[in-house]
Design a protein around this ligand. Structure first.
Ligand code: DLL
Length: 435
């Protein structure tokens, strides 16, 4: 029997979902129009009034919200509730510019915990589970998000936070963790350390991992499942919308269920802003229809995905988004060709002779863009003859060229030389910007 956390909501009919979405959208628009002057002005500028929004189909009449809007109104300008109702602050991990601040009311925290609990139940967790939370605790939403969700579910949470890998493994063994929650890149590092420290893996009770916060490919999923001997689930979210638990994959591995009674998803063409039909890839947009502290209308995530409304074998009826393998802003343009780091990851993991640790270095030499891909070789091939290593390099190079359509320098580096990450991995060094 499939486990649900809120079965009624998770399995309601499309008709009912749309009815709830329409009601909540109407109320949201009214609320922000009255309480957030910035939104009111944006709506006036677009020539739309609260009365124009009747059903969910009217959503495209509303203006988009971007990270820039959050920056322009930093720190609290888009909050829809007074300070005395805000009980928690988090901040988004922007790599450029000012951080963006997000705020939650008591009810927002409750909803968030329930949605993470729904996500954990997608990964087979229940009150008998022990969830080791190895996402960072703090302003980042990963740690506390998973923490509250685990407690809501009634499972046991181990709030170990990120890092201290040997202690993580000790805890895992001694306390019998059944679930581990961390970034996929950290999961690999854990697997590597378990191997290195000769841990008796028969003592581990890990059944599933709840991995997210960064893009990872299907090949990476297979690699992690194999190395840690568990089932890997994909959890997605972003601080602006809530944090982890906006959506989560289930055992059927065909996309991530979006908790649509709280978030209305859309896919748009990132260049024209035009809404795209289900099944088409584009930029993912969310409207938060129940959030009180910081409601967002048509927030542009910059994440690339597609929506699928077909029935899922798990019985959940909520739309699924395809795995996010890139963002509109981490697309590299190299000699005019669009390249996503995930395409390179996918190629690298086709080869047994290299480790799933890699880095892309983009540079400009004599006005020409260059791409170098550094990949770690396994200890087995490390001692092979130079001639054999060159052969491996050239087969990876050929495969990258075939998939990406541009040439790359492939360099096999010694085992354990690429920096391991405890949180989100940094895969790309773009030296072109510095010049
Ligand atoms: O990363 C929230 C989170 C924590 C999600 C723990 C899952 C687990 P931010 O730091 O605001 O929030 O970063 C959000 O990370 O727009 C995506 O680009 C990326 N991202 C998050 N989850 C996934 C995922 C958290 N499962 C940004 N797959 C998002 C791919 C992801 N990318």
């Amino acid at each position: 029997m499939e486990k649900y956390w809120q079965q009624e909501e998770e399995t309601m009919s499309r008709e009912l979902i749309q009815k709830i979405q329409s009601e909540r959208l109407r109320a949201l628009v009214q609320r922000v129009y009255e309480n957030v002057p910035y939104y009111k002005q944006k709506m006036i500028d677009k020539g739309v009034e609260p009365g124009d929004i009747v059903t969910v189909a009217d959503i495209s009449k509303l203006p988009f919200t971007t990270k820039q809007d959050l920056r322009d109104t930093y720190p609290f300008g888009l909050f829809a509730k007074p300070a005395d109702e805000i009980v928690r602050i988090h901040a988004s991990s922007g790599t450029t510019g000012k951080q963006t601040i997000v705020g939650y009311t008591k009810n927002d925290i409750k909803v968030w915990a329930d949605l993470v609990a729904r996500s954990l139940s997608c990964a087979g967790a229940d009150k008998n589970s022990t969830v080791q939370v190895a996402y960072g605790y703090g302003l980042f939403t990963g740690g506390l998000g998973l923490h509250y969700g685990t407690e809501a579910l009634g499972a046991t949470v181990i709030p170990v936070s990120a890092g201290n890998t040997s202690r993580q493994i000790q805890m895992m063994m001694d306390l019998g963790s059944t679930h581990i929650a961390c970034t996929p890149s950290y999961a690999l590092y854990l697997a590597e350390t378990i191997m290195k420290e000769n841990v008796d893996t028969s003592k581990l009770k890990l059944r599933a991992g709840i991995f997210g916060a960064e893009p990872w490919t299907e090949n990476m999923r297979n690699e992690i499942e194999h190395r840690l001997n568990l089932k890997a689930y994909d959890i997605y979210g972003l601080s602006e919308i809530m944090g982890p638990g906006v959506s989560c994959g289930c055992g059927y591995n065909n996309g991530l269920h979006i908790w649509e009674d709280h978030f209305i998803p859309e896919i748009i063409d990132p260049d024209t802003g035009e809404t795209l039909p289900a099944g088409t890839k584009g930029e993912l947009i969310f409207t938060t229809i129940t959030k009180e502290g910081l409601p967002l209308i048509r927030y542009r995530t910059k994440d690339i995905s597609a929506l699928d409304y077909d029935a899922c074998g798990c019985g959940r009826t909520m739309a699924r988004m395809s795995k996010v393998t890139g963002r509109t802003d981490d697309m590299l343009i190299i000699r005019g060709v669009n390249v996503f780091p995930s395409q390179v990851e996918s190629v690298i993991l086709e080869f047994d002779s290299v480790e799933p640790h890699y880095q892309l270095i983009v540079d400009r030499v004599d006005n020409l863009d260059t791409l170098s891909v550094e990949v770690e070789m396994t200890t087995e091939i490390f001692s092979d003859e130079i001639r054999l290593l060159e052969k491996f390099e050239s087969s990876i190079k050929k495969r990258i060229e075939a998939v990406l359509g541009i040439s790359a320098n492939v360099k096999l580096v010694e085992p354990l030389t690429i920096t391991r990450s405890e949180g989100k991995a940094k895969r790309v060094i773009d030296r072109r910007e510095i010049k």
